[in-house]
Every structure is written in structure tokens, then in C-alpha cells.
Design a protein around this ligand. Sequence first.
Ligand code: ADP
Ligand code: MN
Ligand code: MN
Ligand code: MN
Ligand code: MN
Length: 380
Amino acid sequence: MAPKKRPASQAAKAGKKRKDVDQGASGLAYMTSYESAVLAEYVWLDAKQVPRSKTMTMTTLPKSIEGLRVWNYDGSSTEQADGHNSEIYLYPKAIFKDPFRGRPHILVLAEAYNAWDGQPAIGNTRAECKKIMDQYKDLDPWFGIEQEYTLMRPGRIGEEPKVPLGFNADGTEPAPQGPYYTGAGFNTAIGRPVADEHYKKCLEAGVKIAGINAEVMPGQWEFQVGPCRGVEMGDHLTIARYIMLRITESHNCICSFSPKPMDGDWNGAGCHTNFSVSPMRKDGGYDIINKVCEAFGKVAAEHIAEYGEGNEKRLTGKHETCAITDFKYGVANRGASIRIPRETEKDGKGYMEDRRPAANCDPYKATLLFMMLGNLGIAF
Ligand code: ADP
Ligand code: MN
Ligand code: MN
Ligand code: MN
Ligand code: MN
């Protein structure tokens, strides 16, 4: 990743004093040259778990997380702190490439902590997720999330948008669902430049994006992230969501992660979460998957509580969902809460797909819930 021929960083390596840098009293280096700067975009989640970011000038590309500073921001502006005690610390946790600024610039996924008591800030569930994933790391959990989203017409600034792309500005409706899912062509695939640019930028950033497709409602799309291991699932999905927000800045539309962006006979948007632990991927895994599905049925309400706000509008039993009050699992069943892929049944091993999480779900919470298998009486 280290760029070639960057005289500043070579000088730094040799321990020489740099001419273009004013070594400030704080010991921090202040850049005067764009050519030798590395811009680090710190990304974190606010109280509503929406990604926010700000940029720091660095003089060299950090080799690892340890080379990045703990930073801070004003939590009173993000509903995470009071004005009189507003500081929130940012602890760097993962480095991605910055696909917007290009090399050598980076995106830094950071965790937010209250300065006053050292606890994770409101909205920071990564800390807890990481703890659980470390505890169960021998099970080598894999996840894959299918993030659905809906591109919306811009409305009043700062307000939730109400009209999806493909619907008229006055809210009048396009022809019913049918041609849009995986469709191609003008007036059928609506918003492809956004979906495609997002795909490319995720790959450039190093996000493990597995594919994309147009979805059932006009203006609705999906991207898949995974397989990812443990806490990496939440990290990669968070950065993928952040990249989407950035891309829509230049496409005159808004990305909504609402589970039901349009009332009526229109599909909602979910975050199907595919899951396996190593015993599920080995011979005999199919039996374990069935046991896990049974156990999940007993705690369905607890799971639903963490699967996103407004999900009751989506999980109606229609539009390829199982009703929120029901729990069903089955092979190849897209009207079930949990679908076991046909391949998994055939091979006797593989993974399961929880179809209940909403598009706005917290991936750290959802994935950590999957790991509570021990509490469900499942032993491996
Ligand atoms: P669907 O048929 O439900 O639309 P997709 O192809 O959109 O499925 O997504 C399937 C997801 O499953 C991918 O994100 C992939 O990473 C994930 N996946 C595949 N194998 C496994 C596995 N063994 N464990 C966990 N996730 C997996
Ligand atoms: Mn300021
Ligand atoms: Mn899919
Ligand atoms: Mn889908
Ligand atoms: Mn799916």
C-alpha cells in the first residue's frame, strides 16, 4: 500500500528534519504540502448509527492501527453528549483505502467512547460485538449480509425523503412490481449509476463486496457484503453504507435504509443475514443448522427487537417475508423467517439465512445475537 517515490515519508524514515513540515509545539506535524500528505478520514457511528466522518492530515501512511491517533469530536452535535461535557473519543479500529481521494489516502473506521466515563458512546455496539466474537473465535463465525436500500427523490433538506426514484414527484405510482427486480433498461433499472459506482468504490476501498442486483421495487437495489469473519462483518457493512452516503452526494438522490420506504403493494427493504460457524460447514452441519433454527424460534421476539426499527411495517407475511408474529424455517422457503439454502440441504452442510433483519439493522447487534448459541443450549 505504501506509495512509491514519496520523498517526505522517505525523509521521515531516515529520521531527517523535513522542510515542508512545521513541527508544532504539540509534537504534531502540520503539513504545508499536499504531495506529501496522507489524509485520514475517520468514520464513526452517531447516536442513530448513521456514519459521520472528519479528516485528519497525516505526514506518513500508518503501517497499522497503532500508527493512528486517538481523536475526538463534539458529541453534543451528534446527540451523544451534553454541551457542557461534549467530548467523545475516537479509537481507530480498521483501515480501508479512501476510494474518493485515491492513494495514499485512507478511511479509518473508529469506535466512539465517552470522554467522561470511558464507556462506549451511544450507538457504539461494536465494542460488545468484538468481545463476543473474541469469546467464540474457535467457532470461526462467517457472515454475509445482503443490504437492500432504496434511492429516493430529494425532499426538504434534513427530512426523511418520501418518494422513491421511479415514482412521480407528486407520489403517483409506477406500474406494479415485476419488471424491476434484476431488470435492465431505461425506466426499468432506476439508479444503476449509483449502484455501480458504489460497487466499484467498495472494491477500491477493500470492502468485501460480493455482488449487486436491482430489487423488486423501482429505485430499490441490493449489495452483498461477505463472507466476513466475526466483527469484520459490521466493519465492512458500515464502510459500505458510508461509501453509499458519499456517492449519493453527487447523484441528486438520497439513499434510504428504511425497512418500508413506500406504503402499499411495494416490497420493503431488508438485510438478510447469512450465517455459519465451522461445525455447520463440516459433515453433519445440516443437523446443527436445524437445531440452531429450532433454538432461534424460542427467542424470536428477542431477535426481532434488535433487527431494526419499523420492521413491523415490512414483516407482514407478504412480499417474500414471514409475519413478525410468526416463526418459520425451511429449505428454499423465501416466505420463512430463516431459509436454509437448497445446496446446504443437498450437501448436508453449509449455512442459514435469517431473512428478518431490516435494512436499517445494526450489523454488530445482529451478528452478536447469532453467537449467543451457548445460551440457547447448543453445544458443538
Ligand atoms: P440470495 O439468494 O438470498 O439473494 P445472495 O447471493 O444475495 O443470496 O447472498 C448470499 C450471501 O451469503 C453472500 O453475502 C455470501 O457472502 C453469504 N455466504 C455464502 N456462504 C456462506 C457461509 N458458508 N456462511 C455465511 N455466509 C455465507
Ligand atoms: Mn469546531
Ligand atoms: Mn440477495
Ligand atoms: Mn434481496
Ligand atoms: Mn437473501
